[in-house]
Design a protein around this ligand. Structure first.
Ligand SMILES: *[C@@H]1O[C@H](CO)[C@@H](O)[C@H](O)[C@H]1NC(C)=O
Ligand SMILES: *[C@@H]1O[C@H](CO)[C@@H](O)[C@H](O)[C@H]1NC(C)=O
Ligand SMILES: [Ca+2]
Ligand SMILES: [Ca+2]
Length: 211
């Protein structure tokens, strides 16, 4: 799997966006159902298709259900890029297709002091989530080629920086050179195993074990 890059990018991204490594409250995760067969588990950068029911912990009110509201279809999202609340990014890792989990998510990993819609400020949320399908996320072989602007099968710091700039824009964050440079340094520290100043296709592809 081509996710080595994500494994380092995401902690760097979170670090850069929040500026501090304060210990964060944890998501409580209970497995409600685990399928017998599990040939792959979710990782950062994967695309997940889920059905979910969300409840307020305070009084058990359901505030959203993908099965009962809207078009009643399950929803796709990419794990680990803050497309969803932090509690989902943290709580839906290492999950098998078909698995069901119950997550209890503190407000700081959900909608915080402001709340949102039917969710009052400072709410702890409970989600029951069924993972229907896992697909490879955008960081695959194709994305290496997309990043490698001069086709020399290795990524320079400026190529990675350019890619980060585009990714930030795509996800609606304003580009910020200072942040991107710090992220690039972080990424190279972890990914450039032979310290030659480039991330080779092999270094990019190779699974890192840090997480
Ligand atoms: C549960 O709490 C929410 C938010 O405080 C409130 O809007 C809702 O009416 C409550 N439901 C019940 C059944 O008490
Ligand atoms: C860019 O990042 C730096 C370093 O964290 C920060 O001090 C600065 O305010 C940011 N600039 C913008 C425009 O967000
Ligand atoms: Ca290159
Ligand atoms: Ca290298």
């Amino acid at each position: 799997m081509m996710l080595g890059f994500w494994l380092c990018l995401i902690p760097a991204l979170l670090f850069c966006l929040h500026g501090a490594k304060l210990p964060e409250p944890e998501v409580k995760s209970e497995v409600l159902y685990k399928p017998f067969l599990c040939h792959r588990k979710t990782k950062y950068g994967d695309m997940l298709l889920v059905h979910y029911d969300g409840f307020l912990e305070s009084n058990g009110t359901m505030f959203h259900s993908s099965r009962q509201e809207g078009d009643k279809h399950p929803v796709w999202f990419t794990l680990g890029i803050r497309e969803v609340i932090k509690g989902w990014d943290k709580g839906l890792q290492n999950m098998c297709a078909g698995e069901k989990r119950k997550l209890t998510i503190p407000p700081s990993l959900a909608y915080g002091k402001e709340g949102k819609g039917k969710i009052p400020p400072e709410s702890t949320l409970i989600f029951e989530i069924e993972l229907i399908e896992i697909r490879n996320g955008p960081r695959s072989h194709e994305s290496f080629q997309e990043m490698d602007l001069n086709d020399d099968w290795k990524l320079s710091k400026s190529e990675v920086k350019e890619y980060l700039r585009k990714e930030f824009e795509r996800h609606g964050y304003p580009p910020n050179d200072t942040h991107h440079e710090a992220m690039v340094e972080d990424i190279f520290k972890q990914e450039d195993d032979d310290k030659d100043g480039y991330i080779s296709a092999r270094e990019f592809t190779y699974q890192h074990d840090e997480l």
